[in-house]
Write a protein that binds this ligand. Structure first.
Ligand SMILES: *[C@@H]1O[C@H](CO)[C@@H](O)[C@H](O)[C@H]1NC(C)=O
Ligand SMILES: *[C@@H]1O[C@H](CO)[C@@H](O)[C@H](O)[C@H]1NC(C)=O
Ligand SMILES: *[C@@H]1O[C@H](CO)[C@@H](O)[C@H](O)[C@H]1NC(C)=O
Ligand SMILES: *[C@@H]1O[C@H](CO)[C@@H](O)[C@H](O)[C@H]1NC(C)=O
Ligand SMILES: *[C@@H]1O[C@H](CO)[C@@H](O)[C@H](O)[C@H]1NC(C)=O
Ligand SMILES: *[C@@H]1O[C@H](CO)[C@@H](O)[C@H](O)[C@H]1NC(C)=O
Ligand SMILES: *[C@@H]1O[C@H](CO)[C@@H](O)[C@H](O)[C@H]1NC(C)=O
Ligand SMILES: *[C@@H]1O[C@H](CO)[C@@H](O)[C@H](O)[C@H]1NC(C)=O
Ligand SMILES: *[C@@H]1O[C@H](CO)[C@@H](O)[C@H](O)[C@H]1NC(C)=O
Ligand SMILES: *[C@@H]1O[C@H](CO)[C@@H](O)[C@H](O)[C@H]1NC(C)=O
Length: 381
């Protein structure tokens, strides 16, 4: 029985705008009462803990020591600094909870390079931030996943089942009330930024880059997270610019340039029984250039009583996009030819004030014949 459903409520733009306005006003007023943090944080420079910027030495011990001292042992606000230079490191974890006063900052000025020996990774992430409340990851630095050396080991490109995924470059797990900004993520082995189990994290002014033909190099993958904001970033990869997994709620995306890549995609959903509903995804003011898809929603016909609902894609500009809108609720049936793909003339459309009615399916939907879903397309000039 097919119980994977998708419900889309559109046309709520005015309502959400006024809500956003109200909460911004509140935040401004609240900030007047916050204590003013005018003292600079204490700096924990990784080179003072033994890091060597020669691009060869493994710096994992130095990174760990600097993080430990800043997070666990500082009585004043702390900042871990990775200065100019190229620092190689194997699988690394910066874990909290921290006892230093909040927030804790990690500033990256240099380039952090991944180890390229697949056997050195015991789990699929390279650099993990875990269980931290109030992290600020900032700087003009680069995380270089050294993808070209690792992509030949990717066995998930064609067989999605039973493959062992390569590490994500930056994994955020149980990170709350945090900011990630300025960072460049280059050539991840697989996913660039993986956000899971997080709450209230803003990611902005990021540069996420990998070749259009690199395997499974999603820009930002978000799942089981609430109140994530992604904005003002440039994302060009070999897979989804942003992919949205199950149990994601209150996600806001705006001012993203996406391409090359596979667009901004919700799903695949409904494959595994533990998956929960995606509720509240708003994607506005984004530009897609030379992508295979634009706005996409993919669900499996299965036994999961999960939904995709309350989704808005609005003010989206598409240039040279193969499939501007794809709603495929049958991906496990492999009915590629029957999926909903609109319009037929596939290029250079902008999407405005997207769709309209709610829809709910308890039966497989072949293509989207019965969807009653309308997208307002305007040919862009
Ligand atoms: C914590 O600070 C104490 C005193 O400064 C020092 O002896 C100890 O090595 C530090 N521990 C860590 C993990 O940095
Ligand atoms: C993050 O927030 C969640 C939900 O509010 C909470 O359960 C978790 O303990 C928080 N984590 C940290 C590190 O503060
Ligand atoms: C979200 O996190 C920011 C810090 O990045 C904080 O200023 C803000 O108050 C948090 N919002 C909520 C609703 O917790
Ligand atoms: C993003 O980073 C790549 C690699 O460092 C660089 O070539 C590119 O110019 C950057 N793009 C932007 C928009 O900053
Ligand atoms: C579009 O992307 C493809 C694949 O990433 C790339 O080969 C091609 O050069 C790009 N075309 C343009 C016009 O940028
Ligand atoms: C949109 O993002 C770009 C960075 O990609 C930034 O330079 C620009 O200021 C942002 N625009 C707005 C209106 O925030
Ligand atoms: C979404 O955010 C609203 C407030 O911004 C909150 O009331 C609601 O609980 C959030 N939804 C979920 C499912 O967490
Ligand atoms: C729809 O999503 C917004 C966030 O985008 C959230 O604030 C709102 O509560 C959601 N509405 C419903 C009916 O769940
Ligand atoms: C989207 O762009 C329009 C026009 O540039 C601007 O008025 C609006 O504030 C933007 N909205 C967001 C959420 O960035
Ligand atoms: C789409 O727009 C680009 C420039 O923005 C142009 O080069 C291309 O020819 C257009 N494609 C079509 C099919 O109109």
């Amino acid at each position: 029985m097919a119980t994977a459903k998708a419900i889309f409520f559109f046309g709520i733009a005015l309502l959400s705008c006024s809500l956003i306005g109200a909460s911004r006003g509140l935040e401004n007023r609240r900030s007047l009462f916050l204590p003013i943090l005018n003292s600079d944080p204490k700096v924990f420079d990784v080179t003072k803990f033994g890091a060597v910027a020669d691009g060869k030495t493994d710096n994992i011990d130095a990174f760990r020591a600097a993080w430990g001292a800043a997070c666990k042992n500082s009585t004043t606000r702390a900042k871990v600094l990775i200065p100019e230079g190229t620092y190689r490191t194997a699988q690394t974890m910066f874990a909290g909870p921290c006892s230093s006063p909040k927030p804790i900052t990690v500033e990256v000025k240099g380039t952090v390079k991944a180890n390229t020996d697949p056997s050195e990774y015991v789990s699929p992430e390279w650099f993990t931030f875990q269980e931290i409340d109030a992290l600020v990851l900032t700087g003009r630095g680069v995380f270089d996943g050294q993808g070209p050396a690792m992509w030949p080991f990717n066995d998930c490109k064609h067989t999605k089942k039973d493959c062992s995924p390569l590490p994500s470059s930056l994994k955020f797990y149980k990170v709350n009330n945090s900011v990630v900004t300025g960072i460049t993520s280059l050539n991840s082995m697989q996913i660039h930024f993986h956000i899971h189990g997080c709450r209230n994290v803003s990611l902005y002014k990021l540069n996420i880059t990998a070749p259009g033909n690199s395997p499974n190099t999603d820009g930002i993958h978000i799942s089981s997270s609430d109140m994530i904001k992604v904005f003002s970033s440039v994302i060009g990869t070999g897979d989804d610019c942003i992919s949205i997994g199950h149990s994601t709620t209150n996600l806001t995306v705006y001012n993203i340039t996406c391409g090359p890549g596979h667009g901004i995609s919700i799903g695949s959903l409904g494959k595994r029984p533990e998956e929960r509903t995606v509720n509240g995804v708003t994607v506005t003011n984004c530009t897609f250039v030379n992508t295979t898809n634009g706005a996409r929603i993919k669900t499996w016909i299965g036994t999961v009583a999960a939904e995709v609902k309350n989704v808005t894609y609005e003010d989206i500009i598409m240039k040279d996009v193969q499939n501007p809108v794809v709603i495929d609720q049958t991906i496990n049936f492999g009915m590629e030819d029957q999926r909903y793909s609109f319009p037929q003339d596939k290029r250079n459309y902008s999407v405005k004030h997207s769709c309209v009615s709610a829809m709910q399916h308890s039966e497989p939907v072949r293509g989207c014949g019965g969807c009653r879903c309308r997208f307002g397309f305007f040919r862009s000039t």
